[in-house]
Ligand binder design. Structure first.
Ligand code: UD1
Ligand code: CA
Length: 419
């Protein structure tokens, strides 16, 4: 959309997280909170994103994609002031501005699209996303007139007693006509109670001026959850985890027990793969079709698994590629390994990939057979159809030729039939 740009407010301190890590960098299912917000802007077709940073700005900035334009808010003078910092960048821009908060990872792209659509269709100066919550404490309340039109947003501290009972709240997502937004911001006065400039004051200002304001309500209040505490972080994790699992199942994957299965963001799994209980698949993992994973398997970032592979119980795989039809069925560790097709990894096989200084690679070629309890000290290579006997220790830099058999500790070559 040529006529849509986004401002993401993320300068706040996040005091209640009690963390040295800026709150928008805390991760939910392996992905930073703010990345979820950036993903939303992509899916609604925002042309450009301005991210307002303040507290630990430089640290947050290093985690943002290059396309994001960083704008610094030197003093945290409130949400209106935060938006104002972007004004000079949008001087000649005549389109619409979407405003999101950097700490709301659960927003629903369908709802945001609907908000933008309504904003344009009704030709409103501002459109606000609202939701009805059980406990509205702390949120800005949506004030409506007798005909049901939104006329103001009242912040907690300024709300009269009866207004505090209003359960419809401001989620913190807005769409504005850019020029009217920046013009309106100039008239916002400092809120003396909180010593901040409130963006939300702009709604009453617009209404008083006869400018049109619209609201759209989402039925699902969890979408508006802002991450303010570790408890919020855990709530968000549970919601995203459920969404990821639903997505995975919708794509034809059997998840036997969703309650005990953790799948991270950016995971791809092929059809008819079965995920057995108590399995943890971290972010950035790709699994082919027809595989069986678990129970009690742990796949870590960077794992690539081809079709019809079996990963069994108590197996950990990290930064490793596994070829089709390979079996790793019982308590193994494969790290920094490239495993070919049709390989059998026996029970308890370990790639010793870390020598205390660096991580080293293991290569196991097609149809090799690694006996139970073997240790492969990387860097090491096992050739095609080679056999490593049970309990062997294949020492560093060994290069086992195709079709050979090695046994013992350190593993030595034997003639066929003697192993
Ligand atoms: C804000 C809204 C409130 C709404 C709630 C939804 C205002 C005045 N109130 O309240 O109506 O119900 O969000 O969660 O806007 N920020 C900056 N710079 C600042 C201050 C804040 O960038 O100077 C950023 C924060 O990092 C955060 C967002 O703006 O991402 C919202 O600020 P916050 O202080 O959390 O506002 P609330 O009090 O929650
Ligand atoms: Ca907040």
């Amino acid at each position: 959309m040529k006529d849509l740009q986004t401002i993401i407010l993320a300068a706040g301190k996040g005091t209640r997280m009690k963390s040295s890590v800026p709150k928008v960098l805390h991760s939910v299912c392996g992905k930073p909170v703010i990345q979820y917000v950036l993903d939303i802007t992509k899916s609604v077709g925002s042309l450009k994103n301005y991210v307002v940073l303040g507290h630990k700005a430089d640290e947050v900035a290093t985690h943002l994609p290059q396309e994001a334009v960083i704008v610094k808010q030197n003093k945290l003078l409130g949400t209106a002031d935060a938006v104002r910092t972007v004004e000079s960048k949008l001087k000649s821009y005549r389109g619409h501005v979407l405003i999101l908060c950097g700490d709301t990872p659960l927003l629903n792209k369908v709802v945001i699209r609907e908000l933008i659509r309504k904003h344009k269709k009704t030709n409103a100066s501002a459109t606000v996303l609202t939701t009805v919550v059980h406990d509205p404490q702390g949120y800005g309340r949506i004030i409506r007139d007798e005909s049901g039109n939104m006329i103001a947003i009242r912040e907690e501290k300024d709300a009269a007693g009866f207004e505090k009972n209003i359960a419809e709240i401001n989620v913190g997502v807005y769409c504005f006509k850019a020029q009217e937004l920046f013009k309106g911001l100039k008239s916002i006065q400092l809120n003396t109670k909180k010593k901040e400039f409130y963006l939300t004051d702009i709604i009453e200002l617009f209404t008083d001026n006869g400018q049109k304001v619209a609201a759209i309500e989402t039925e699902n209040p969890e979408e508006g959850l802002g991450i303010n505490s570790r408890e919020d972080l855990a709530t968000a994790e549970a919601v995203i985890r459920k969404r990821v699992l639903q997505d995975v199942m919708a794509q034809g994957v059997t998840v036997i027990d969703p309650n005990s299965t953790h799948i991270g963001a950016n995971v791809k799994i092929g059809q008819d793969t079965v995920i057995k209980p108590f399995t943890v698949i971290e972010e950035d993992v790709k699994i082919g079709s027809g595989c069986t994973i678990g129970p009690f398997a742990h796949l870590r970032p960077g794992v690539r698994i081809e079709d019809h592979v079996e990963i069994g119980n108590f197996t950990e795989v990290s930064r490793t590629k596994i070829g089709a039809k390979t079996l790793v069925k019982h308590f193994s560790f494969l790290g920094d390994a490239t495993v070919g097709k049709g390989v059998n990894i026996g029970a308890g096989v370990v790639t010793a990939n870390y020598d205390g200084v660096s991580k080293n690679a293991t290569k196991i070629e097609d149809n090799a057979f690694i006996g139970s309890d073997a240790v492969l000290i990387a860097p090491v290579k096992v050739g095609k159809k080679a056999t490593v006997g049970a309990g062997s220790v294949v020492t560093k830099k060994a290069n086992i030729a195709d079709n050979t058999t090695v046994v013992g500790s350190p593993a030595k070559k034997v003639e066929k039939g003697n192993a």
